[in-house]
Design a protein around this ligand. Structure first.
Ligand code: ADP
Ligand code: MG
Length: 422
């Protein structure tokens, strides 16, 4: 995949109508609808400010949550959930849509920008079209939730064309949604010159750089709960990295595959062969693959369980692995020390329980202390790093959960592939 894409700075946006895809999929309070975290809106500001300073007329758009775009879809979903048929009305559907309106985002964005944000009542309907036509250089408007249109998630060319018809240039800055081929994230690029905003540019430069031309040695630290959710990442990084470090819940399936006893630890039987294949692939490629040598265990999965240390290959039948042990921490810290680049995806243990957070904390600290380029991909890893106070010590914390996972898998990201090459 080519990560070298044109950005807003490579195209003349002055006086132009720009359709800007943002990731305004913000968390909201269930009852009041208040935005509980505006990080994603704040993250979009540099690109928006740049466009407005350049006197572009900005037509921003985003999805929010998972609305049912049609009444039929709403009926199906509610019925599946076992809801009382009497409560499944058009009115209830309309109400569910209203909850996912982007109007609160427009309000917050306007406060942050210090200028009016014109809110459209629809995505490509008469209101959006009229407001887009009247939009002047230096002004910004926000379209309604793109998923209110049933063509959005189907990447319907008619919808993409209708969105494109309101603008002259497409700028994508929604990294969190680039792994989806939707009308507003990819389809629209077929009808307009398409470039990236600053958020995507940074993700491509740093993550793309680490994958295509890393400062070596490249050390990848992979953890989290399941092998099955990280197979693509392990497989791709085995082709690229010099060292792969395995921790977290998936380490036990590896230990079992190597003939170890893992007690009640997390095990994915179906992936034992895969683990052996990966071990063989590492050997064949000459990639160092480090597995835990000791592990902190518990008798049950609970925050107050007493931590007991065992050899990683001989966990008693009644115990389960919860974190990497001190010898493993020392080995992993050492491996990080000499790195040129470190990519980290997935916690080393059940870090939500303080007694089993040390492995994750130690790895976060090792990354914070190294001069290497350090990249965090993955929602829980990013949360752990932030919670432990190391966020500002990292080179880059990817903003996309699913998108960064697919990025690390080496998959083509439709929302990136559709942008103009440099
Ligand atoms: P990320 O979001 O960074 O990609 P994952 O979602 O793959 O990470 O995994 C995070 C989860 O893995 C955490 O909730 C953590 O508690 C869990 N986990 C880590 N180690 C273990 C373990 N030994 N047993 C069970 N769960 C674990
Ligand atoms: Mg996760």
């Amino acid at each position: 995949m080519n990560y070298n894409k044109k950005t807003v700075k490579d195209i003349d946006v002055a006086g132009k109508k720009v359709l800007l895809r943002c990731d305004f999929n913000v968390p909201q309070d269930k009852d009041t609808g208040a935005i509980t975290d505006d990080k994603r809106i704040v993250a979009a500001l540099p690109t928006i400010r740049y466009l407005l300073e350049q006197k572009a007329a900005v037509i921003a758009c985003s999805h929010l949550g998972k609305p049912n775009a049609t009444f039929e879809a709403y009926v199906k979903k509610q019925t599946e959930k076992g809801k009382d048929p009497a409560s499944i009305t058009e009115e209830a559907w309309q109400k569910s849509l209203k909850k996912l309106s982007l109007a609160p985002v427009a309000k917050r964005l306007s406060e942050l920008l210090g200028q009016d944000v014109i809110m459209a009542d629809d995505v490509v309907g008469p209101d959006a079209k009229a407001k887009a036509a009247a939009l002047r250089p230096g002004q910004i408007m926000l379209l309604e939730n793109t998923r209110f249109e049933k063509g959005e998630t189907k990447n319907d060319p008619e919808l993409a064309k209708a969105m494109a018809s309101m603008a002259e240039i497409y700028v994508s800055d929604a990294f969190g949604a680039v792994h989806r081929a939707h009308a507003s994230t990819a389809g629209v690029a077929a009808y307009l010159p398409a470039v990236s905003g600053f958020l995507i540019q940074k993700e491509l430069e740093i993550m793309g750089g680490a994958l295509s031309n890393p400062k070596r040695p490249l050390v990848a630290i992979l953890g989290g709960s399941k092998v099955s959710s990280k197979i693509g990442v392990i497989n791709n990084l085995l082709d690229i990295a010099d060292t792969i470090i395995i921790g977290g819940g998936m380490a036990y399936t590896f230990a079992k595959a190597k003939g170890g006893s893992i007690g009640k630890s997390l095990l994915e039987e179906d992936w034992l062969d895969y683990c052996n294949e990966m071990l063989a692939k590492a050997q064949e490629k000459g990639t160092k693959l480090l597995l835990p040598v000791d592990t902190l265990c518990a008798a049950e999965f609970s925050a107050d369980a007493k931590p007991v240390l065992y050899d990683a290959m001989s966990i008693p039948d009644d115990m389960m692995g919860m974190d990497i042990g001190p010898k493993t921490i020392a080995a992993y810290t050492e491996a990080v020390k000499g790195a040129g680049t470190v990519i980290w995806n997935g916690p080393m243990g059940v870090f939500e329980f303080p007694a089993f957070a040390e492995g994750t904390r130690a790895v976060a600290k090792a990354l914070a202390d190294t001069d290497a380029i350090t990249i965090i991909g993955g929602g829980d890893s990013a949360a752990a790093v932030a919670q432990m106070g190391f966020a500002d010590k990292m080179t880059h914390i990817s903003t996309g959960g699913g998108a960064s996972l697919e990025f690390l898998e080496g998959k083509e990201l439709p929302g990136v592939a559709c942008l103009l090459d440099k």
